[in-house]
Design a protein around this ligand. Structure first.
Ligand code: PLP
Length: 386
């Protein structure tokens, strides 16, 4: 799909749908309940956990951007991940990537410990390990690419094909790129999901999730479960996220342009040992990224020389970058995965996933690039002083 079509879809979502007043922007419907027309005569909506007009508008906008059949808006990104678990019974096996989002890792490992399903944690770029995992005929395979925080890339089409041949459903966490830069359903996946907290809302004022299925029936099954377990998103959050969604394509352009400049700057900087950014031609998965992504995104991570002490000095000397969890907002954020986003992962698993104490992750915002670079420069210089 051409980029301008995505922009049009994002901007036009819900516009001019008000038949009462002709409001250009759709109203927010906070009502928890809806009157029946008469005895046994239902309208489209009856109760807002089950269905809500504002949430439905946002859900179908994301479904259209991802080119899927059904969109389900959830209260958080984690509740979208949890919703997937409703597809599993105790005899089913799930395969997750060894370097997935810390919260997803925590959820799957803890539910597996309780016996809710069987779990295999695997490096999906290791063909033998992946084949061994698929030999267990999993019910569900989770893909997350680019991975957090090391920006490893998994070949969605290849892993999806192998997984589906083994009988699995494939769900892709597309939080890091958004449908503007990557559309997993078009690469064969059955389900795509997001933490809308990140790029989709983009303004760091909503915690939310969304899940889109390629097929209608699977979407209806998951929508049934979302209502049943009560994890659907609120009208207010849906309203804000729909508003954020309208500028997603232009935000992604600016994020992207800034990120490229930051990646080059970091790579040339003497205070840095390594930069992980799939846009580099010598990134081990650059070709796969180029094939399946429209661009390389604005997330990257790097190793600061001097270990944890240097990392602390860097953080202490930044003024534009905010030291905070999360990503994908208009503002630039910086974080320390080991003690922050990935603290839910035991240290041995962190080491296994390549997360060191000197690793720093940044979400490059859309501020003026000169200000971003000046800030990084002052922090990095300070990081090397004794
Ligand atoms: C943040 C995040 C989640 C979880 O989303 P929440 O909205 O925080 O619940 C899942 N996956 C990825 C890749 C994330 O960055």
């Amino acid at each position: 799909m051409a980029a301008n079509k995505l922009s049009t879809t994002a901007v036009r979502a819900g516009i001019n749908t008000d038949e009462h007043y002709g409001a250009v922007i759709p109203a927010i419907h906070l009502s928890s309940t809806y009157a029946l027309k008469g005895f046994n005569e239902k309208r489209q909506f009856d109760y807002s956990r089950t269905g809500n007009p504002t949430r439905a508008t946002f859900a179908s906008a994301v479904a259209e951007l991802e080119q899927g059949a059904v969109g389900i808006v959830t209260s958080t990104g984690m509740s979208a991940v949890h919703l997937l678990c409703q597809l599993l019974s105790t005899e089913d096996t799930v395969v997750i990537p060894h370097d997935c989002y810390g919260g997803s890792y925590r959820l799957f490992t803890h539910l597996a410990k309780r016996g809710q399903f069987k779990l295999i944690v695997v490096d999906q770029n290791d063909p033998q390990a992946l084949a061994d995992a698929l030999a267990h005929q999993p019910k569900l395979v989770l893909i997350e690419t680019p991975s957090n925080p090391l920006l490893r890339i998994v070949d969605i089409a290849a892993v999806t094909k192998a997984s589906q041949e083994a009988g699995a459903l494939v769900a892709v966490d597309n939080t890091f790129l958004s449908p503007i830069l990557q559309q997993p359903l078009l690469l064969g996946a059955d389900i795509v999901f997001h933490s809308t907290t990140k790029f989709i809302n983009g303004h760091s004022d909503v915690v939310g999730g969304v899940l889109v299925t390629k097929e209608q029936a699977l979407g209806e099954e998951l929508a049934w479960w979302a209502n049943c377990i009560g994890i659907t998103g609120s009208a207010f959050d849906s309203y804000l996220a729909l508003r954020g969604l309208k500028t997603l394509p232009v935000r992604m352009k600016q994020h992207q342009q800034n990120a490229e400049a930051v990646a080059q700057f970091l790579r040339a900087h003497p205070a840095i040992d390594a930069v992980y950014y799939p846009g580099f031609v010598d990134h081990p998965n650059h070709e796969v990224a180029k094939k399946q992504q429209a661009d390389f995104g604005s997330m990257m991570s790097f190793e600061v020389k001097g270990g944890i002490d240097a990392v602390k000095k860097l953080f202490d000397h930044l003024s534009l970058f905010t030291l905070a969890q999360s990503l994908g907002g208009v503002e630039s954020l910086i974080s320390h995965p080991s003690t922050m986003t990935h603290a839910g992962m035991e240290l041995s698993a962190q080491i296994e996933a390549g997360i060191t104490q000197s690793l720093v992750r940044i979400s490059v915002g859309i501020e003026d690039i000169d200000d971003i670079l000046v800030d990084l420069e002052q922090g990095l210089v300070a990081s090397q002083q004794s």
